[in-house]
Design a protein around this ligand. Structure first.
Ligand SMILES: NC(=O)c1ccc[n+]([C@@H]2O[C@H](COP(=O)([O-])OP(=O)(O)OC[C@H]3O[C@@H](n4cnc5c(N)ncnc54)[C@H](OP(=O)(O)O)[C@@H]3O)[C@@H](O)[C@H]2O)c1
Length: 250
């Protein structure tokens, strides 16, 4: 089930957190994994080594996802690596949580350029390669905050809401050649929210608000992405799959 042997998949933001767990899961499924990172070459090479240890191919690729030229160069390099590309997972992203009054022009631009435009440009630059695959699929990464508002971080929530509608719009425009789906994680313990999950009060608030009574781990997200890329999901497109321990039920 959910075998990805023979596929080549690019995972952006694969050096740490959710992207890292996805890259490892895809390697376990037999895919050749392009492990994208920004600054943390050390963490990316650890991911590459682990995937190779599983018997799958992997290579690290650097790019600032908020820079269109770098995203184009990234996709060219990944496309040339194995001469094909079958899957794209857009996990690279940042979070900022200021109040509305505190958001300045630079904050807005950085967040939208990285999370929203970075996702779109990655998809756009991948299309020439994905169109040559007979099993092409894209998985974008939203958040429970893409559809359930919270206080703080309006630019992040706007970007994630944009990613969800972008996913549906891409699914309809790229069908039937390329399937496009999103995952929308709840609160997952990673570097992006370390100050939050290391604060006992906030940690407990989130755990209590989550129906399944705990924070998620990156490994809670990865199997769903493997499924969405697989043949078993051949009739699935345009969905936003919440994986959030039930926090969105509130
Ligand atoms: N953690 C959560 O609770 C949660 C919940 C919902 C959604 N998400 C989403 O899940 C995705 C991954 O988050 P995470 O929790 O795994 O975060 P993380 O542990 O902080 O990892 C972020 C990843 O994105 C990369 N990245 C950041 N800025 C970049 C840029 N400008 N260009 C290229 N790469 C960049 C980082 O590369 P380097 O390592 O090289 O810096 C790293 O690989 C994000 O889209 C986030 O919004 C997370």
């Amino acid at each position: 089930m959910f075998d990805l042997s023979g596929r080549v998949v690019l995972v952006t933001g694969a050096s740490r957190g959710i992207g890292r767990a996805i890259a490892l899961e895809l390697g376990r499924a037999g895919a050749a994994v392009a492990v994208h990172y920004h600054h943390r070459a050390d963490r990316a090479s650890e991911v590459v080594n682990t995937i190779e240890g599983l018997g799958a191919a992997a290579r690290a690729f650097a790019a600032d996802i908020s820079d269109r030229g770098q995203v184009d160069a990234l996709l060219r390099a990944v496309g040339e690596w194995k001469g094909r590309l079958d899957g794209l997972v857009t996990s690279a992203g940042i979070f900022r949580g200021p109040s509305v009054e505190e958001v300045d022009a630079a904050d807005w631009t950085e967040l939208i350029a990285t999370d929203l435009e970075g996702t779109f440009r990655s998809v756009q630059a991948a299309l020439p390669y994905l169109r040559r695959s007979d099993q092409a699929a894209i998985v974008t990464v939203s958040s429970v905050l893409g559809s359930h508002p919270a206080v703080g971080g309006v630019p992040y929530q706007a970007a994630k809401g944009g990613i969800e509608q972008m996913t549906r719009a891409l699914a309809i425009e790229l069908a039937p050649a390329i399937r496009v789906n999103a995952v929308a994680p709840g609160f997952i313990r990673t570097d992006i929210n370390r100050t939050g999950h290391e604060d006992p009060t906030f940690h407990d608030q989130v755990a209590r608000a989550t129906a399944l009574r705990r924070w998620g781990e990156p490994e809670d997200i990865a199997p769903a992405v493997r499924y969405l890329l697989s043949r078993e999901a051949d009739w699935v497109t345009g969905i936003v799959l919440g994986i959030d321990g039930g926090i969105a039920l509130r």
